[in-house]
Design a protein around this ligand. Structure first.
Ligand SMILES: Nc1ncnc2c1ncn2[C@@H]1O[C@H](COP(=O)(O)OP(=O)(O)O)[C@@H](O)[C@H]1O
Ligand SMILES: O=P(O)(O)OC[C@H]1O[C@](O)(COP(=O)(O)O)[C@@H](O)[C@@H]1O
Length: 312
């Protein structure tokens, strides 16, 4: 069983337009509402593939109720912690070819008692869990060390912890010894203070995070695939998509597939890449099920070319 935690979930509204022009009135093509937030998406992807999972979210105001109802209607096991602030809405504007502009709200501030209630909910859910997966940005008022606190609670108890976050929360969590972190290229650059220009730079930066405390580092590289650096070494791979529809939630699908695939080595990376590519072929933040996932497009390299340049 995999338990995800999302402190800053959202209602994700995805709007399709022919072209995004600043300052203009734009008639949209279509709109769609999905439950959102990184941990929420990881759980949705796991559920779609019949992997046992549960999800802990904060929920506040009418949008919090709506989010909870949407998730429960989808069949997800949800533990919603009531909070005083209102659950946020994030807007994604998708142009043809899958070009995405995202407007992510900061989210409602959380108080210490509300954070304690979340920790309590995770502890209860995690009784039968193999993994606790903490994902997403931190809402205002939440200390940067909150994911580190989760690591210190669960890792010594033998429950593995994965963290997918951005900003100062990521390096803080790394120091607390998570089993896995999943930065994208920008998050990795922010965590180590330098940009990767070649695949080798990504590997070096991932090794640095391992030295600081993370057991395994899965770096997502958008259309360039992903790199895994773990106890077994370095593996890279990609799964090309010719007509991307929406990349929203692709990182979450990658992480879900990686965990479902055993969370270690080339097999898990291949599974993650297949799920990530499938998410990109689907509209909005729809999570892929078995009918969407193709393993035949995945290439995994156990001796990747570390000199391979990455796009600027
Ligand atoms: N244009 C694309 N074509 C193929 N796969 C993609 C594309 N964009 C993303 N992916 C897949 O989704 C994963 C996550 O994407 P990325 O943008 O790096 O993460 P995040 O959504 O966390 O920023 C990638 O590792 C890759 O497997
Ligand atoms: O917590 P953050 O960083 O604001 O991100 C939240 C947003 O990210 C998503 O989880 C999508 O994530 P990815 O595109 O990075 O995989 C959306 O559902 C949500 O609106």
């Amino acid at each position: 069983m995999i338990v995800t935690v999302t402190l800053n979930p959202s209602l994700d509204r995805t709007i399709e337009v022919d072209e995004l022009t600043r300052g203009a009135v734009i008639r949209t093509r279509s709109a769609r509402l999905d439950p959102g937030g990184k941990g929420v998406n990881v759980s949705r992807a796991l559920l779609a593939n019949r992997v046992a999972c549960g999800t802990v979210i904060t929920a506040g105001g009418p949008d919090g109720d709506r989010l909870q109802r949407l998730l429960e209607a989808g069949g997800l096991r949800v533990r919603a912690v009531p909070v005083a602030g209102h659950t946020r809405s994030n807007i994604t504007i998708v142009e043809p070819g899958g070009v995405v502009t995202k407007l992510n709200e900061p989210g409602a501030a959380l108080t210490r008692p509300e954070l304690d209630a979340v920790a309590e909910a995770v502890l209860t859910e995690a009784e039968t869990a193999g993994w606790v997966v903490a994902c997403g940005s931190l809402p205002p008022g939440v200390p940067d060390g909150i994911y580190a606190e989760l690591c210190r609670t669960f890792v010594p108890a033998g429950i593995r912890v994965a963290v997918d976050s951005s900003g100062p929360a990521l390096p803080a969590a790394v120091e607390a010894g998570p089993d896995l972190v999943k930065p994208n290229r920008e998050e990795l650059a922010e965590a180590v203070g330098r940009r990767a220009e070649r695949l080798g730079d990504v590997v070096e930066a991932a090794q640095e995070l391992r030295k600081r405390g993370a057991r395994a580092v899965l770096v997502s590289l958008g259309a360039d695939g992903a790199v895994l650096v773990d106890d077994d070494g370095v593996v890279a791979g990609e799964a090309p998509v010719t007509r991307p529809k929406s990349t929203v939630g692709a990182g979450d699908a990658l992480l879900a597939g990686f965990l479902a695939g055993g969370a270690r080595g080339p097999r898990a990376l291949a599974e993650g890449l297949a799920w990530g590519a499938a998410a990109v072929r689907l509209p909005a933040s729809r999570m892929p099920g078995p009918a969407d996932i193709r393993h035949d497009i995945v290439h995994v390299y156990e001796h990747p070319d570390l000199n391979r340049p990455l796009p600027p």
